[in-house]
Write a protein that binds this ligand. Sequence first.
Ligand code: GTP
Length: 243
Amino acid sequence: GRQGCQIDFEHVSFSYEGASGEPVLKNINLTCLPGETIGIIGSTGSGKSSLVNLIPRFYDVSSGSIRVDGVDTQELDPAKLRDRIAIVPQKSILFSGTIEENLLWGNEHASREEIMQAANMAEAHSFIAAFPEGYETMLGQRGVNLSGGQKQRLSIARALIRKPDVLILDDCTSALDTTTETNIKESLKSFASGVTCLLIAQRITSVMDADKIVVMDDGEIVGIGTHEALMKSCRVYVEIFQS
Ligand code: GTP
């Protein structure tokens, strides 16, 4: 199976180019161990997406460093780095084409069996199979209209087909009911075990069982720990829990 990566953030600060004022991320220190599931929670604009987007170098750090398996990402070929990392964005990006073409985007070599296994894990296989044309169903203007939750499940399946070492889910389960979300997380645990997983969420219930939870506030990490530990020690976490 795939071996998850270790990711180390060391004193990372980040500002978007041309933006004035306070950096979006300030002195981030975080270690994600191989195979760990890390939940990330925090209010809107606290920097969660910016943090994960630095890992595949969609943006470069302003200062500090991010290391993947000990190597500074600044010294890695971005294409090779991105090959190991799958990010499921907040907003699903699907194009006009069949469901299968959409799923294969990023790994055109996967077999139908691998596609179906990933779709199963992402709780997408049964709704796909229910279409008369199944995986050949057309999406987009001249095709079927999917619900927000169905689009999210296709995006997750697409990421799994790539068999990444690092899987980043950026708040992409918000349109799913909690049962579907729990089922997906359960299959990830068994099938994607060993994969380092970063999971951004709005709801505490989405990250509660992560190995550790990172709490972001205004560009800073204000708490790292398990749910139980954070409930005792992190005011921001308790506020999110109560809201
Ligand atoms: P939500 O996705 O709303 O939950 O927020 P988040 O916690 O993921 O924060 P995010 O990293 O998206 O944003 C952090 C800050 O960076 C906010 O003040 C944003 O307005 C700002 N920001 C995000 N994307 C960009 C960008 O592309 N350019 C600039 N200049 N600022 C950005």
